[in-house]
Ligand binder design. Structure first.
Ligand SMILES: *Cc1c(COP(=O)(O)O)cnc(C)c1O
Length: 405
């Protein structure tokens, strides 16, 4: 059956307090109770459907959460102040001293640093494994393992996780499969392939305007309520709450997400095909040469393509840096971390977003010095962009002069 995340969002209907076409923004940190008894019950944990205090929830945050839950086909969702706020809350809710995580080794640098450097202080350990090999994942599970953690399409190497195979392993061991879907909103709906908890950094494609950080945890009602439990909820007690004003603005940006994702995917596929034909080392899951191509093809919501992220190997860090500077100078994009912007963004992950990962390990996972990560923008004339990028590569000797196609 075809699943269309955009029509799920379209089915939602909200009105503002005075019939406005956008929901009213809640401008309060605290909420009144009609009776003292209800307030007591709320602190006893019966908080469902109640507004109490905006660190717990607010109407604006609930509207955004509902839209994200509709997109991800989960029962509900909790929005957070950042993607890391979502990731750390989920992990700390599920793990305590003595527990263990099995995680993909090519995950976002901040997630990697949290698992590798921070969690051991709480006596939580992590095995970083090659997530594309289900037998390796299963072998890493111990009686103390509390979750399998992965990115649907990983940062920055664009490895594709076979969510169906991973969820079968998770089920067998009675642990949840937690999936960070930041690179592929709308492209992949992890819940439909067996994921139990789906996380996003809203900072990237979902908000899409590089003007805020934000995050979300999509999951069951039980789990999302546990996260904001006043007595022991990690989201509630660690306090990574999104502000209501920001939630309202992210919701408005989300209304164009389906159109943007199609264009990001279309442009990325165009450039990946062209550069591959020119003989460059391009990694894009939409290319048949990508090891995860067939797996991703099985998982995608076909209308949305293979996403807007692509990598290209410039040969060395010097060449990568020179190329990025030249492309920025010629207004082909910005030399910046992050992703999902209308402009193309590029960075060399080995020396930036993945610098938390030690050099040895970067090598082992195939993260080379000359690797450039591209978040492909919404350029209308992508052929012109391609020609201009190719000119830069020829001038720098990354592409030989002989390539004219
Ligand atoms: C950016 C990013 C995060 C962290 O999100 P923030 O909003 O910056 O906290 C987590 N996972 C992935 C895959 C990311 O790209």
């Amino acid at each position: 059956m075809k699943f269309d995340p955009a029509s799920k969002i379209q089915d939602l209907q909200y009105f503002g307090e005075f019939g406005g076409v956008n929901p009213s923004i809640s401008d309060s940190s605290t909420y009144t109770f009609l009776s003292a008894k209800t307030m007591f019950d709320t602190f006893e944990g019966n908080t469902e459907g109640c507004y109490l205090y905006s660190r717990h929830s607010s109407p604006s945050n609930l509207y955004l959460g509902e839209a994200l839950a509709a997109m991800e086909a989960t029962e509900t969702a909790n929005v957070t102040a950042s993607g890391m706020g979502a990731i750390t809350a989920v992990i700390l809710q599920l793990c305590g001293a003595g527990d263990h995580i099995v995680s993909g080794r090519t995950v976002y640098g901040g997630t990697y640093a949290f698992m590798k450097n921070f969690l051991p202080k709480l006596k939580v350990t992590t095995s970083f494994i090659d997530i594309t090999k289900p037998e390796v994942v299963e072998a890493a599970i111990t009686p103390h393992t509390k979750m399998i953690y992965c990115e649907a399409v990983s940062n920055p190497l664009l490895e594709v996780a076979d969510l169906e195979a991973l969820s079968a392993i998770a089920r067998k061991h009675n642990i949840p499969l937690v999936v960070d879907n930041t690179f592929t909103p709308m492209n992949i709906t992890p819940k439909n392939h067996g994921a139990d908890i789906v996380i996003h950094s809203l900072t990237k494609f979902i908000n899409g305007s590089s003007d805020t950080v934000g995050g979300v945890v999509c999951g069951t009602k039980d789990f999302c309520l546990s996260l904001k439990d006043v007595n022991d909820g990690a989201a509630m007690l660690l306090g990574s709450t999104m502000d209501s004003l920001r939630a309202a603005s992210v919701l408005k940006n989300m209304r164009t997400l389906h159109i943007r994702m199609k264009k990001h995917s279309e442009n990325a596929l165009y450039l990946a095909q062209k550069f591959e034909a020119d003989g460059l080392k391009v990694v894009y899951p939409g290319l048949p040469s990508h090891p995860g191509h067939e797996t991703m093809k099985r998982m995608i919501n076909a209308d949305y393509g293979f996403g807007g992220m692509m990598t290209l190997d410039a040969g060395s860090l010097e060449k990568a840096n020179a190329l990025m500077e030249m492309m920025q100078e010629r207004n082909l994009g910005y030399l910046a971390v992050s992703l999902g912007f209308y402009k193309t963004l590029f960075s060399a992950p080995g020396s930036s977003t993945s610098s938390e990962i030690p050099e040895e390990e970067q090598k082992a996972m195939g993260l080379s010095d000359g690797l450039i990560r591209f978040s492909i923008g919404l350029d209308e004339d992508i052929e012109r962009t391609y020609q201009s990028m190719k000119t830069c590569m020829k001038e720098l000797g990354i592409l030989s002069e002989a390539v004219t196609a």
